[in-house]
Write a protein that binds this ligand. Structure first.
Ligand code: SF4
Ligand code: SF4
Length: 438
């Protein structure tokens, strides 16, 4: 297997402290807080109210919108509140709060262990009803992803096992410990999308995962496992497609425009569980790492507060400076440890005072940000134009193509807040486009 890659990118210290830590099931917490908006698309409306009793796997929120995914109770018990609560995205979001009753009462489950017997549209329906979204972080509804617009031909399904963000190892452990679920999920996803072939892409710093997935897919027609070069952001959809197939997703386009669907291996594992057992998406694996006493990979019910995760790994190791949901490159700093694990939470990273980033100084025009940008943008100019209020110029320099990977800021010797400025420029461009269209 030869390692493939793309131009640009960086090689940060990977700090995969938990690469050898088997996934541990966390005992259910006393309460789960299940946000009604955990995906890209329209938020769900509650289907329960305070005082109701729910079973594990019961649908508690849904919405009639194409781009959406229902949410389910992750524990059985009593609904004690339906109200706005802190969300890892950084704002309060309506949530259903369930107090666990100590039982394992679960809804009646309908497994489909052989997805090949089902029509593609039926597979997509099951995936939607199971509440599946991309577990890599973006949380795009999986049922929408596997059914692109009519007339689109999908020739390749890519399973993303790169896990290129430093510190995170949840996908790595899933591939080593649970390859059969990933394979079952992949079969369902390929059938739904009509893809005749699939590539499982794994960074070459995970030889045990490469081995486990190669063994699990052996003999599967059209499926191969490929090593990709260990480089950030290798796990970006567009860069995986470029590295594996040499295809460029056009500016403003999506993978299906070049005949590809990309899903995370964690998503495939959850799809596999759904088909094998009938259980909707009610738990996930989270890497809890950084400056904590016992970094670990924990399988937890969706809605488990971050404070419970920190306690489960022995607490903070020293004074925390910052707690991040996700990895250090693309994660979101938290303002409350009462925010819960949502479907897209791949990790919880604690940084200490030693990790403090120095104050920014003036740009020295070294060009390193340009060299590192995997989207071939000009981050120094994008930032300068944004700060000068010249939004049209940021748009002309393709700010909307920025994938917010953070490579430019990471290499910048002046510690310019490049990605923060570009993110704000994108928000302003989007707002202007909306105003112009209305
Ligand atoms: S890396 Fe930083 S200092 Fe160098 S050109 Fe880019 S913004 Fe300026
Ligand atoms: S400009 Fe955007 S895509 Fe390019 S390196 Fe910076 S954050 Fe990544």
């Amino acid at each position: 297997m030869s390692a493939r890659t793309f131009p640009g990118g960086i090689h940060p210290a990977y700090h995969k402290l938990t690469a050898g830590s088997p996934i541990r099931d966390l005992p259910p917490p006393a309460q789960v807080v299940i946000p009604l908006h955990q995906h890209t698309g329209a938020p769900c409306q509650p289907l329960v109210q305070k005082g109701d009793t729910v079973r594990k796997g019961q649908k508690i929120g849904d919405v009639e919108a194409v781009v959406a995914a229902p949410v389910h109770a992750s524990l059985p018990g009593k609904v004690v509140a339906v109200e706005p609560r802190p969300h890892p995205a950084g704002r309060d979001v309506p949530a259903v709060v369930v107090e666990w009753d100590g039982s394992d009462a679960t809804v009646d489950l309908e497994p489909h262990p052989d997805p090949h017997d089902l029509e593609p549209t039926r597979i997509a329906e099951i995936i939607r009803e199971g509440g599946l979204v991309g577990l890599g972080g973006a949380a795009f509804p999986t049922a929408v992803k596997v059914r692109p617009p009519a007339g689109t031909v999908i020739d390749t399904y890519i399973l993303n096992g790169a896990e290129c963000e430093p510190f995170l190892t949840a996908d790595h452990r899933l591939m080593v410990e649970n390859p059969q679920s990933i394979v079952l999920g992949l079969r369902a996803l390929m059938k739904a999308a009509g893809a005749p072939r699939a590539i499982v892409a794994i960074e070459d710093n995970k030889p045990d995962a490469l081995e486990a997935m190669a063994a699990a897919t052996r003999g599967m027609p059209g499926v191969s496992v490929e090593a990709v070069h260990t480089k950030y952001p290798q796990g970006s959809e567009k860069h995986l497609i470029k590295a594996l197939l040499g295809r460029e997703v056009p500016s403003g386009g999506l993978p299906f425009h070049v005949g590809v669907v990309v899903s995370n291996v964690g998503t495939a594992a959850a799809v596999g569980e759904l088909f094998a057992t009938g259980i909707p998406l009610v738990s996930r694996v989270v890497t809890v790492t950084g400056r904590v006493r016992e970094p670990a990979n924990l399988r937890v019910p969706i809605g488990t507060p971050f404070s419970v995760l920190v306690e489960a790994v022995g607490g903070f190791n020293g004074d925390p400076l910052k707690v991040i949901a996700g990895g250090p490159m693309m994660g979101v700093a938290q303002y409350s440890l009462e925010a819960p694990v949502v479907k897209g939470t791949s990790g919880l990273l604690v940084l200490g005072p030693e990790d403090r980033v120095p104050e920014p100084t003036s740009c020295v025009r070294c060009g390193r940000c340009v060299e590192s940008c995997p989207m071939r943008l000009l981050p120094l100019y994008l930032e300068a134009y944004y700060r000068a209020g010249m939004i049209e110029q940021t748009e002309a320099l393709h700010a909307m193509d920025c994938i917010e990977c953070g490579c430019c800021g990471w290499v910048c010797p002046a510690r310019r807040p490049l990605v923060q400025s570009i993110r704000l420029a994108k928000l302003e461009i989007t707002a202007r486009r909306r105003r112009a269209a209305s």
